[in-house]
Design a protein around this ligand. Structure first.
Ligand SMILES: [Mg+2]
Length: 131
């Protein structure tokens, strides 16, 4: 059995996309611990949007992947704040500012930006290096 890693996915413009859902499903099938880490406001803070907002799209993807109990909301805080001192091995996002914040704050979690041209290559190499 290879090492079980903890990997978080951003939702908007990340796990909302089918190709990243496929990657998440594969990681789950391989036994990794996959979570959703979104900047969105949670149910207790979503009045902060100042407009009607529901997370139906998020919940339906979470349901599809079996991640309904594994959604973390940062309530519009940097993910670096959340990832700092966590046991998350890798985080996948579309926002390179999240990676920069993690770097500035010396967060140990490896942040991958899936819009990088070599994302798949670099991520697979990282995954392999952890086995
Ligand atoms: Mg995003």
């Amino acid at each position: 059995m290879s090492k079980k890693l903890c990997i978080t996915f951003d939702f908007d413009d990340s796990l909302s996309e089918p190709w990243l859902q496929e990657l998440a499903q594969r990681l789950i099938d391989e036994g990794h611990d996959v979570w959703i880490l979104t900047t969105r406001y949670d149910e207790l803070h979503k009045h902060m949007y100042g407009r009607e907002m529901n997370h139906e799209d998020l919940y339906s993807v979470a349901e599809f992947l079996g991640l309904k109990g594994k959604i973390l909301f940062t309530n519009f805080q940097w993910k670096a704040k959340y990832l700092k001192d966590s046991c998350v091995d890798a985080h996948i996002d579309d926002n390179s500012d999240e990676r920069l914040e993690c770097y500035i704050n010396k967060v140990k979690t490896k942040v991958f930006i899936h819009e990088d041209h070599d994302f798949e290559e670099v991520f697979e190499a990282w995954l392999k290096s952890k086995q």
